[in-house]
Design a protein around this ligand. Structure first.
Ligand SMILES: Cc1ncc(COP(=O)(O)O)c(C=O)c1O
Length: 389
């Protein structure tokens, strides 16, 4: 058994979450539940492999050995009933970087790219900064649960959308899209000949239902990119590493050329080592992490229902980011963020960043030891006592 209860002191490290709280008007010192890394110690075998690599005194310009790809392939086959060919894989610096480069080569400038909101906000930047027109397709929200409005989606596709940037499991609303929903999504993308950019960075956090990768739908292969990474799964975001899985060889070549044309290096040699070790030795750790997070989500849901009953907790299926509807406060998300930081010493994610209809919501990162989680909940309750009761 791994020890996810262990509280690890990250103050004084380069951690943004703990030591760069300028955006909250603080140098540091807030108990952080915002930016999406966890506070869990990573898989020992990964750290050992990286340390071993450092026994060789030179870390120069490097190419992957190929074993990284095999390890990634094995992981997907073991966990998600999909065996992507190693020749489809392209390692890159980060998932968002990958999305940006994909949009650059797939969709002509000015054309429409659709996202389902509320969604991870760098999607907006990736679409706009690559010169495209953002189409906001709001998810339906009913009884603390989000679904895709497929009629609205189809209307937007008819109106000329060229690509969809999709998130599964979906940050910040915690949905793990079902196989039926994935099929409907893929069918519509195929029908309207639209690219599907499927960000599956939270794949390994399907907590309450089996996760379905877009990679299982061969009909979309001509226009599919799946993005994955060790960063969330193994808490290794600092390695700056991700993998694009691109079944269409021409598309892969185009993305690869565009990446090279910008002299983008990365991930680093150390990341190659980490990837291989993670996907080779990390299975048990990831299973235990999932159980622990499932427990955390249950604690948050029960605690809020009992002590802050007017706060609505979105039904949580996946990711380590919970989505709280705090409209009962009668405050904007920005105001809640400021009050939580100034008066209660907490840093939570301002929900309004994730889409227009997310005002009054907050994102709560539950990737921490129970002791830390409880401290956060107690502070949240204090604010509730003052502002809502
Ligand atoms: C859905 C999603 N995609 C991408 C990222 C960031 O990935 P990267 O650091 O590899 O760009 C995050 C981080 O929070 C995320 O939640």
């Amino acid at each position: 058994m791994y020890d996810f209860d262990k509280v690890i002191d990250r103050r004084g490290t380069t951690s943004i979450k703990w030591n760069d709280q300028k955006s909250f008007g603080q140098k540091d010192g807030l108990l952080p539940f915002w930016i999406a890394d966890t506070d869990f110690a990573s898989v020992p075998e990964i750290l050992q492999a990286v340390q071993k690599r450092c026994e060789h005194p030179i870390i120069g310009y490097s190419n992957p050995t190929g074993k990284e790809y095999e390890a990634i392939q094995g992981w997907w086959e073991r966990h998600y009933q999909w065996k992507p060919d190693t020749s489809w894989m392209l390692l890159s610096y980060g998932v968002v970087t990958g999305i940006y480069f994909t949009l650059n080569v797939t969709v002509p400038k000015g054309e429409k790219v659709l996202v389902f909101t509320p969604v991870y906000d760098p999607f907006f930047a990736a679409v706009k900064n690559s010169g495209h027109t953002l189409v906001d397709c709001p998810l339906d929200y009913k009884d603390n649960y989000y679904t895709i409005n497929f009629e609205r989606f189809e209307e937007e596709l008819k109106n000329g959308v060229k690509a969809v940037v999709f998130c599964n499991p979906h940050n910040p609303i915690g949905r793990v899209w079902t196989e039926e929903e994935m099929k409907q999504l893929v069918d519509l993308c195929v029908k309207y000949d639209v690219y599907l950019l499927s960000d599956e960075i939270h794949a390994d956090f399907g907590l309450t239902r089996p996760y379905t990768t877009a990679g299982r739908f061969e009909e979309i292969y001509p226009k599919l990119v799946v993005y994955t990474a060790i960063s969330k799964t193994f808490n290794m975001a600092g390695f700056g590493s991700s993998c694009m899985i691109i079944p269409n060889p021409e598309l892969k070549q185009q993305i690869s050329d565009s990446y090279d044309a910008c002299w983008m290096f990365g991930p680093s040699d150390l990341a190659f080592t980490a990837i291989e070790a993670a996907y080779t030795y990390g299975d048990k750790w990831v299973e235990e992490q999932k159980e622990y997070l499932k427990g955390n989500a249950e604690i948050v849901t029960a605690y809020i229902a009992e002590h802050m009953p007017k706060v609505k907790v979105t039904k949580h299926e996946g990711t380590f980011l919970m989505w709280l509807d705090m409209n009962c406060y009668g405050l904007t998300s920005g105001e809640i963020t400021t009050i939580l930081a100034k008066e209660y010493g907490l840093a939570l994610g301002d929900g309004s960043h994730y889409g227009k209809q997310a005002e009054g919501f907050m994102r709560f990162n539950i990737g921490c030891a129970r002791e830390t989680l409880m401290k956060g909940l107690l502070q949240l309750e204090k604010m509730y006592e003052k502002y809502v009761r």
